[in-house]
Design a protein around this ligand. Structure first.
Ligand code: NDP
Ligand code: MG
Length: 374
């Protein structure tokens, strides 16, 4: 899901590098028909879902050999396609949740990039995965690093998880300097090339906040045992500290195809010939710095939402999505993103142990609230 996106196209790179191992059975696109056409011609999937019906109809006229679907139903059809063993969930936003749950029920292995799925409904998703004996393999570089560091280890021996953060586009700016930064500046990430929304989330540090909540669910670990460390080079992708004081880190050049491929080959590995190998002598130095929670308020909000749990992480996520969209459209300033998230969280009466429908309702209401505040 999300074949035309940043993670989606890099997943296609992995398939392209290992055609003897992988085949694209089905895929979903949003509105990018031009790229969708190229992917369909090259990979010839059996089923393609578009976001809108008219787009699906247009494409159906051009590709008679492919079956087309659209909307939420289309995403679900993509996710549970009978010929697919693994679902790579690389769609943007909370639309990724329901199809993932359906894929889990259909016993597909899930390679999860989409953050909203675990952030808004971690308890439901992890419970469904356990019930169905389905593996949830992380695609995000930090979680893949932790997952790799934990191979062969016992959960009881973990002291803490240390998530590294590059600091995003504005890591060296003071709060005063953040007041009038532009969308173009925010989209210019120093280390990673990613979709627009997550690039803004990296600059506000909300991305790391969402990752903290994801880590809590993926590795069933208490928030007290999750730490965030600024590391501007993005070479150490995250670490695990054990009781005996050993720290295991996973390193590599910043290249999302590595964690994507690991999720697809786990527990095996395949060569990655098109990537740049890590050369530490060339890099020379790695830098680390304590996280400043008053500088990056969104990270604090995420810890607060995660610890409180219930419907609050869904509010955090939906308010952030709506606020980031408004920032990208030039409607609000950069620092107003965090103000809107804070207001939405303050106004929300948390409900515990929410079901899927309640989460979706909270998601809808929060977006409405943020748009009203705008
Ligand atoms: P992009 O914005 O690059 O791509 C998003 C994909 O989702 C596109 O295929 C887009 O379609 C599709 N899409 C967007 N909205 C909808 C919708 N309403 N219905 C159906 N399809 C839709 O995002 P990224 O690839 O950067 O990120 C995807 C997910 O992975 C996010 O949750 C992100 O947090 C996570 N992630 C990303 C990382 C990265 O390095 N990029 C790293 C770790 C996690 P189209 O373009 O055709 O409109
Ligand atoms: Mg990440």
């Amino acid at each position: 899901m999300g074949a035309t996106g940043s993670i989606g196209t890099q997943t296609l790179d992995v398939i392209r590098e290992h055609p003897e191992q992988f085949r694209l059975a089905s895929m979903s696109i949003g509105r990018n028909l031009e790229l969708g056409r190229k992917i369909m011609s090259e990979f010839k999937p059996e089923l393609v879902a578009a976001a809108e019906k008219n787009d699906a109809d247009t494409l159906a006229g051009e590709f008679p050999g492919i079956k087309f679907a659209y909307g939420q139903e289309g995403l679900i059809e993509t996710a549970v396609h009978p010929k697919a063993d693994v679902l790579v969930n690389a769609v943007l936003g909370s639309v990724g949740l329901q199809p993932t749950l359906q894929a889990i029920e259909a016993k597909k292995t899930i390679a999860i990039a989409n953050k909203e799925t675990l952030v808004t409904a971690g308890h439901i998703v992890m419970d469904a995965a356990r019930r169905n004996g389905v593996e949830l393999l992380p695609v995000d570089s930090e979680h893949s690093a932790i997952f790799q560091a934990l191979q062969g280890e016992k959960e009881k021996n973990i002291d803490k998880l240390i998530l590294t953060a590059s600091g995003g586009s504005f890591r060296d700016k003071t709060r005063e300097e953040l007041k009038d930064v532009t969308v173009e500046q925010a989209l210019n990430h120093p280390n990673w090339s990613m979709g627009a929304k997550i690039t803004i989330d990296s600059a506000t540090m909300m991305n790391k906040g969402l990752e903290v909540i994801e880590a809590h669910w993926l590795f069933s670990i208490a928030y007290e045992k999750i730490e965030v460390l600024l590391h501007k080079e993005s070479i150490i992708h995250s670490m695990v500290e054990f009781h005996d004081s050993s720290v295991i880190a996973q390193l590599g050049t910043p290249d999302m195809r590595v964690p994507i491929q690991y999720a697809l080959t786990y527990p095996d590995r395949l060569p990655h010939r098109t990537g740049k190998k890590l050369n530490l002598a060339e890099i020379g130095q790695l830098h680390f710095q304590e996280m400043d929670y008053s500088r990056f308020r969104c990270l604090q909000f995420a810890f607060d939402a995660g610890r409180r749990g219930g419907t609050l992480p869904a509010v955090l996520n939906a308010a952030n999505e709506a606020a980031v969209a408004a920032f990208l459209e030039g409607k609000i300033t950069f620092l107003q993103i965090e103000d809107l998230v804070e207001k939405a969280m303050e106004k929300h009466a948390v409900s515990d142990n929410p079901g899927l429908e309640e989460i979706q309702e909270v998601d809808r209401q929060t977006r409405q609230l943020v748009n009203a505040l705008l």
